[in-house]
Design a protein around this ligand. Structure first.
Ligand code: VAH
Length: 332
């Protein structure tokens, strides 16, 4: 399916990822499927992405290819979500830096050239590091990220602000906590356990967690993440006072607590703990986030706590098996 830029077009780069898939679905509901162009370097894992609306295969590092897509669709908004996440980027640091930074520069420069109205780019709590106050981490504080992902997100935030000041680009960003949803699997982050654990539970399988049971991390259910993203993008420009990226929170929990919340529904569910290299990353991140500026500037309020998320996740995974991960042999 294809469409030409109607002036209402929205481009989602990285539409095949965990957030991108759900955000594309939400945007298509809101703006009409034919007005939301899904772009990803890989062909869709989910047929819906290309069946429900226009899809283009696009490598955001290909400036000419990006320019051609911008020229063809003339999007009024661009959501640039393509990136290597924390654990993956540590295994491939130079490419992680190249994709996360050069990809961002290509999108920002294309937006200036094509006069794009609004640009969304996700940051992360990964911008904080071992010397950042870990409880109720403030909007402005010490930021010494120890991962390439976190370094690229911290640098990217500062570039967003520079493009806002120097080019008047309406760039907007959120420092997401770990995101959990049932429709799409995470892509190589340190918080992926919090999604994998539900799929194991619904399969009736034990889960081996790669973080220690008392590792507290800020987390958010996907409906809240989608609400925050759209609330931010729909807010009048004068309400957006921070052009690096807003702290965003909803809840914090540990592997032990999410296990207990699942066991209230599936009592015989069992979890063992086998920390790996991701434990070090998790130990350098905040335990909880002060998102008072997001609440003050554009009215952020989360809806889901751990209990409500677990009930919703298990219901959907049990009733909609198309979303249930086909666990590989070694995972069983
Ligand atoms: C990651 N899911 O684990 C991402 C996120 C806060 C974590 O940025 O890398």
């Amino acid at each position: 399916m294809s469409t030409t830029g109607t002036g209402d077009t929205i481009l989602v780069i990285g539409a095949g990822g965990q957030l991108g898939f759900e955000l594309t679905h939400e945007l298509r509901q809101l703006y009409g499927a034919s007005n939301v162009v899904a772009a990803d370097v890989r062909l869709p894992k989910h047929p819906e992405l290309a069946d429900a609306g226009p899809f283009v295969q696009l490598d955001v590092l290909d400036k000419a290819g990006l320019g051609a897509v911008m020229q063809r669709y003339k999007p009024k908004q661009v959501y640039h979500l393509a990136a290597l996440l924390s654990a993956t980027a540590e295994k491939n640091p130079k490419f992680g830096w190249e994709l996360n930074m050069d990809g961002l520069f290509n999108v920002l420069d294309a937006a200036v050239e094509h006069g794009t109205g609004r640009i969304y780019w996700p940051s992360s709590i990964a911008v904080f590091g071992p010397n950042t106050p870990r409880d109720n981490t403030p909007q402005y504080t010490v930021m010494d990220p120890g991962t390439i992902y976190g370094i690229s997100k911290q640098a990217g935030e500062l570039w967003l602000d520079w493009y806002y000041r120097k080019h008047g680009l309406d760039v907007r960003s959120l420092r997401y906590p770990g995101l959990i949803g049932y429709k799409s699997l995470p892509g190589g982050g340190t918080t992926d356990y919090a999604v994998d654990i539900y799929h194991h539970a619904v399969h009736g399988l034990p889960y081996q967690c790669f973080l220690q049971e008392d590792t507290y991390l800020p987390m958010m259910y996907m409906p809240d993440a989608l609400k925050a993203t759209l609330d931010l993008m729909h807010a009048p420009a004068e309400q957006i006072k921070i052009r690096t990226s807003y702290n965003l929170g909803a809840m914090s929990f540990s592997p032990r607590e999410i296990t207990q919340s699942i066991q209230q529904h599936i009592p015989d569910f069992e979890v063992t703990y086998q920390p790996d290299s991701r434990q070090q990353i998790a130990d350098s991140w905040p335990k909880s986030i002060d998102d008072s500026r997001a609440r003050q500037d554009w009215g952020w309020t989360p809806q889901f706590d751990l209990g409500a998320m677990t009930a919703d996740m298990l219901k959907h995974l049990q009733e909609e098996p198309q979303y249930l991960a086909p666990l590989t042999a070694e995972a069983k």
